[in-house]
Design a protein around this ligand. Structure first.
Ligand code: G5P
Ligand code: MG
Length: 214
Protein backbone atom coordinates (compact mmCIF):
# COMPACT_ATOMS: atom_id res chain seq x y z
CA UNK A 1 0.00 0.00 0.00
CA UNK A 2 1.29 3.50 -0.79
CA UNK A 3 2.58 5.61 2.10
CA UNK A 4 1.99 9.11 3.40
CA UNK A 5 5.10 10.37 5.14
CA UNK A 6 5.79 13.78 6.68
CA UNK A 7 9.36 14.99 7.25
CA UNK A 8 9.50 17.63 9.95
CA UNK A 9 12.45 19.61 11.30
CA UNK A 10 14.18 22.95 11.70
CA UNK A 11 15.71 24.90 8.80
CA UNK A 12 18.77 22.93 7.71
CA UNK A 13 17.88 19.87 9.82
CA UNK A 14 18.34 17.65 6.77
CA UNK A 15 14.78 17.08 5.49
CA UNK A 16 15.76 17.31 1.82
CA UNK A 17 18.86 15.17 2.32
CA UNK A 18 16.94 12.49 4.21
CA UNK A 19 14.20 12.57 1.55
CA UNK A 20 16.80 11.65 -1.08
CA UNK A 21 17.85 8.66 1.01
CA UNK A 22 14.28 7.51 1.60
CA UNK A 23 13.49 7.74 -2.13
CA UNK A 24 16.08 5.03 -2.72
CA UNK A 25 14.19 2.55 -0.53
CA UNK A 26 10.55 3.61 -1.03
CA UNK A 27 8.94 4.68 -4.31
CA UNK A 28 7.12 7.65 -2.70
CA UNK A 29 6.91 11.05 -4.44
CA UNK A 30 8.99 13.73 -2.70
CA UNK A 31 6.97 16.94 -2.30
CA UNK A 32 8.96 19.83 -0.82
CA UNK A 33 6.90 22.97 -0.33
CA UNK A 34 10.10 25.05 -0.17
CA UNK A 35 11.20 23.66 -3.55
CA UNK A 36 7.75 24.20 -5.08
CA UNK A 37 7.72 27.79 -3.83
CA UNK A 38 11.25 28.45 -5.14
CA UNK A 39 10.21 27.06 -8.54
CA UNK A 40 7.34 29.56 -8.53
CA UNK A 41 9.72 32.37 -7.57
CA UNK A 42 12.12 31.45 -10.40
CA UNK A 43 9.20 31.19 -12.83
CA UNK A 44 7.90 34.62 -11.81
CA UNK A 45 4.36 33.31 -11.14
CA UNK A 46 1.83 35.20 -8.99
CA UNK A 47 2.32 32.63 -6.21
CA UNK A 48 6.08 33.11 -6.50
CA UNK A 49 5.89 36.89 -6.31
CA UNK A 50 3.73 36.80 -3.16
CA UNK A 51 5.70 34.00 -1.54
CA UNK A 52 9.11 35.61 -2.04
CA UNK A 53 8.28 38.48 0.33
CA UNK A 54 7.62 36.01 3.15
CA UNK A 55 10.50 33.68 2.32
CA UNK A 56 13.07 36.47 2.24
CA UNK A 57 11.96 37.50 5.72
CA UNK A 58 12.11 33.98 7.10
CA UNK A 59 8.35 34.00 7.67
CA UNK A 60 5.79 31.39 6.73
CA UNK A 61 3.95 31.85 3.46
CA UNK A 62 0.20 32.16 4.26
CA UNK A 63 -1.50 28.83 4.97
CA UNK A 64 -4.09 29.11 2.20
CA UNK A 65 -1.44 29.50 -0.50
CA UNK A 66 0.65 26.55 0.65
CA UNK A 67 -2.34 24.32 1.36
CA UNK A 68 -3.72 24.90 -2.16
CA UNK A 69 -0.32 24.11 -3.66
CA UNK A 70 0.05 20.85 -1.72
CA UNK A 71 -3.52 19.72 -2.40
CA UNK A 72 -2.96 20.20 -6.11
CA UNK A 73 0.34 18.31 -6.09
CA UNK A 74 -0.87 15.34 -4.07
CA UNK A 75 -3.98 14.93 -6.23
CA UNK A 76 -1.79 13.91 -9.19
CA UNK A 77 -1.61 10.34 -10.49
CA UNK A 78 2.02 9.67 -9.50
CA UNK A 79 1.15 10.41 -5.85
CA UNK A 80 -2.05 8.37 -5.98
CA UNK A 81 -0.01 5.43 -7.27
CA UNK A 82 3.16 5.69 -5.17
CA UNK A 83 2.25 7.71 -2.07
CA UNK A 84 4.02 10.86 -0.89
CA UNK A 85 6.73 12.18 1.35
CA UNK A 86 6.04 15.76 2.37
CA UNK A 87 9.11 17.84 3.20
CA UNK A 88 8.43 21.10 5.05
CA UNK A 89 4.65 20.64 5.17
CA UNK A 90 2.64 20.86 7.39
CA UNK A 91 4.28 23.62 9.42
CA UNK A 92 1.19 24.83 11.27
CA UNK A 93 -1.74 23.06 12.93
CA UNK A 94 -4.02 24.61 10.29
CA UNK A 95 -1.94 22.99 7.56
CA UNK A 96 -1.98 19.64 9.41
CA UNK A 97 -5.78 19.79 9.75
CA UNK A 98 -6.20 20.64 6.07
CA UNK A 99 -3.93 17.72 5.14
CA UNK A 100 -5.91 15.30 7.31
CA UNK A 101 -9.02 16.14 5.29
CA UNK A 102 -7.47 15.02 2.01
CA UNK A 103 -4.85 12.38 2.83
CA UNK A 104 -3.89 9.62 5.23
CA UNK A 105 -0.60 10.08 7.08
CA UNK A 106 1.30 6.97 8.19
CA UNK A 107 4.39 8.50 9.81
CA UNK A 108 5.70 11.87 10.92
CA UNK A 109 9.49 11.79 11.05
CA UNK A 110 10.86 14.54 13.28
CA UNK A 111 14.53 15.33 12.74
CA UNK A 112 15.95 16.53 16.07
CA UNK A 113 18.90 18.89 15.99
CA UNK A 114 20.34 21.74 18.04
CA UNK A 115 20.51 25.27 16.71
CA UNK A 116 24.30 25.44 16.97
CA UNK A 117 24.64 22.51 14.55
CA UNK A 118 22.63 24.28 11.88
CA UNK A 119 24.64 27.42 11.07
CA UNK A 120 27.29 25.71 8.95
CA UNK A 121 24.67 23.59 7.27
CA UNK A 122 22.72 26.64 6.20
CA UNK A 123 25.66 28.84 5.24
CA UNK A 124 27.51 26.03 3.45
CA UNK A 125 24.56 24.65 1.53
CA UNK A 126 24.64 24.77 -2.25
CA UNK A 127 22.08 23.10 -4.51
CA UNK A 128 21.54 22.18 -8.11
CA UNK A 129 18.71 24.11 -9.77
CA UNK A 130 18.29 21.35 -12.33
CA UNK A 131 18.10 18.12 -10.29
CA UNK A 132 17.80 19.55 -6.76
CA UNK A 133 20.81 17.67 -5.38
CA UNK A 134 22.02 19.22 -2.11
CA UNK A 135 25.69 19.81 -1.19
CA UNK A 136 27.65 21.43 1.61
CA UNK A 137 30.94 23.18 0.99
CA UNK A 138 32.01 22.83 4.66
CA UNK A 139 31.63 19.06 4.79
CA UNK A 140 34.03 16.80 2.89
CA UNK A 141 31.42 14.09 2.43
CA UNK A 142 28.91 16.56 1.03
CA UNK A 143 31.13 18.68 -1.23
CA UNK A 144 30.70 18.55 -5.00
CA UNK A 145 33.60 16.85 -6.81
CA UNK A 146 34.18 19.97 -8.88
CA UNK A 147 33.67 23.14 -6.81
CA UNK A 148 30.52 25.02 -7.84
CA UNK A 149 29.08 22.34 -10.13
CA UNK A 150 26.62 19.46 -9.69
CA UNK A 151 28.18 15.97 -9.75
CA UNK A 152 25.08 14.54 -11.42
CA UNK A 153 24.57 16.93 -14.34
CA UNK A 154 27.33 19.57 -14.27
CA UNK A 155 24.87 22.45 -13.67
CA UNK A 156 26.24 25.46 -11.75
CA UNK A 157 25.24 25.25 -8.07
CA UNK A 158 23.30 28.02 -6.39
CA UNK A 159 23.02 29.39 -2.87
CA UNK A 160 19.50 30.10 -1.64
CA UNK A 161 18.52 33.73 -0.99
CA UNK A 162 17.35 32.80 2.52
CA UNK A 163 20.61 31.01 3.43
CA UNK A 164 22.30 33.86 5.26
CA UNK A 165 22.84 34.56 8.98
CA UNK A 166 20.05 37.12 9.35
CA UNK A 167 17.32 35.14 7.58
CA UNK A 168 18.42 31.90 9.24
CA UNK A 169 17.85 33.51 12.65
CA UNK A 170 14.33 34.51 11.60
CA UNK A 171 13.58 31.10 10.09
CA UNK A 172 14.75 29.45 13.31
CA UNK A 173 12.44 31.66 15.39
CA UNK A 174 9.53 30.92 13.07
CA UNK A 175 10.22 27.19 13.47
CA UNK A 176 10.38 27.42 17.26
CA UNK A 177 7.11 29.35 17.26
CA UNK A 178 5.18 26.59 15.44
CA UNK A 179 6.97 23.27 15.94
CA UNK A 180 5.65 22.18 19.35
CA UNK A 181 2.04 22.73 18.31
CA UNK A 182 2.46 20.61 15.16
CA UNK A 183 4.30 17.80 16.98
CA UNK A 184 1.64 17.82 19.73
CA UNK A 185 -1.08 17.63 17.10
CA UNK A 186 0.42 14.45 15.61
CA UNK A 187 1.41 13.01 19.01
CA UNK A 188 -2.29 12.53 19.79
CA UNK A 189 -2.19 9.61 17.35
CA UNK A 190 -0.18 6.80 19.02
CA UNK A 191 2.95 5.73 17.14
CA UNK A 192 2.63 8.46 14.54
CA UNK A 193 5.63 10.59 15.54
CA UNK A 194 9.09 9.04 15.13
CA UNK A 195 12.17 11.01 16.18
CA UNK A 196 15.53 10.68 14.44
CA UNK A 197 18.88 12.16 15.51
CA UNK A 198 19.70 14.89 12.99
CA UNK A 199 23.44 14.56 13.59
CA UNK A 200 23.48 11.05 12.18
CA UNK A 201 20.78 10.81 9.53
CA UNK A 202 23.49 10.47 6.88
CA UNK A 203 24.86 7.37 8.61
CA UNK A 204 21.49 5.68 9.11
CA UNK A 205 21.36 2.28 7.43
CA UNK A 206 18.56 1.19 5.13
CA UNK A 207 17.38 -1.16 7.87
CA UNK A 208 17.24 1.63 10.47
CA UNK A 209 15.34 3.86 8.09
CA UNK A 210 12.83 1.13 7.24
CA UNK A 211 12.27 0.60 10.96
CA UNK A 212 11.59 4.31 11.46
CA UNK A 213 9.17 4.38 8.53
CA UNK A 214 7.40 1.23 9.70
P1 G5P B 1 12.17 25.15 3.09
O1 G5P B 1 12.79 25.11 1.75
O2 G5P B 1 11.34 24.02 3.51
P2 G5P B 1 13.57 24.98 5.64
O3 G5P B 1 14.16 26.17 6.28
O4 G5P B 1 12.45 24.32 6.34
O5 G5P B 1 13.32 25.45 4.14
P3 G5P B 1 15.78 23.72 4.59
O6 G5P B 1 16.61 24.94 4.80
O7 G5P B 1 15.40 23.36 3.18
O8 G5P B 1 14.52 23.79 5.49
P4 G5P B 1 16.45 20.97 5.13
O9 G5P B 1 15.77 20.55 3.89
O10 G5P B 1 15.91 20.45 6.42
O11 G5P B 1 16.58 22.53 5.26
O12 G5P B 1 17.98 20.60 5.07
P5 G5P B 1 18.90 20.04 3.85
O13 G5P B 1 18.87 20.95 2.69
O14 G5P B 1 18.63 18.59 3.64
O15 G5P B 1 20.34 20.15 4.58
C1 G5P B 1 20.87 21.41 4.93
C2 G5P B 1 22.40 21.38 4.75
O16 G5P B 1 22.94 20.45 5.69
C3 G5P B 1 22.86 20.89 3.37
O17 G5P B 1 24.03 21.60 2.99
C4 G5P B 1 23.16 19.41 3.58
O18 G5P B 1 24.17 18.94 2.69
C5 G5P B 1 23.66 19.41 5.04
N1 G5P B 1 23.30 18.16 5.74
C6 G5P B 1 22.19 17.40 5.61
N2 G5P B 1 22.21 16.33 6.43
C7 G5P B 1 23.39 16.42 7.12
C8 G5P B 1 23.99 15.62 8.13
O19 G5P B 1 23.44 14.57 8.56
N3 G5P B 1 25.18 16.07 8.61
C9 G5P B 1 25.80 17.19 8.15
N4 G5P B 1 26.94 17.56 8.68
N5 G5P B 1 25.25 17.98 7.19
C10 G5P B 1 24.08 17.59 6.68
O20 G5P B 1 11.29 26.47 3.23
C11 G5P B 1 11.80 27.71 2.81
C12 G5P B 1 10.76 28.78 3.04
O21 G5P B 1 9.60 28.50 2.24
C13 G5P B 1 8.41 28.83 2.95
C14 G5P B 1 8.86 29.54 4.22
O22 G5P B 1 8.97 30.92 3.94
C15 G5P B 1 10.24 28.92 4.47
O23 G5P B 1 11.07 29.74 5.26
N6 G5P B 1 7.66 27.60 3.24
C16 G5P B 1 6.48 27.56 3.86
N7 G5P B 1 5.68 28.54 4.37
C17 G5P B 1 4.54 28.13 4.96
N8 G5P B 1 4.18 26.84 5.10
C18 G5P B 1 4.94 25.84 4.59
N9 G5P B 1 4.55 24.56 4.73
C19 G5P B 1 6.15 26.19 3.93
N10 G5P B 1 7.12 25.47 3.35
C20 G5P B 1 8.04 26.34 2.93
MG1 MG C 1 14.85 21.60 2.33
Amino acid sequence: MSKGIVLFGAPGAGKGTLADKIKKILPVVHVSTGDLLRENVRGGTEVGKKAKEFMDQGKLVPDEMVIAMVKERISKDDVKKNGFMLDGFPRTVEQAQALDKVAKIDAVVVIDIKKEDLRKRILGRRSCTKCGKIYNIYNEKLMPKKAGFCDADGTALMQRDDDNEVTFEKRWNTYIGQSDAVINYYSKKPGMVRHVDGTRTMEMSEQELKKVLG
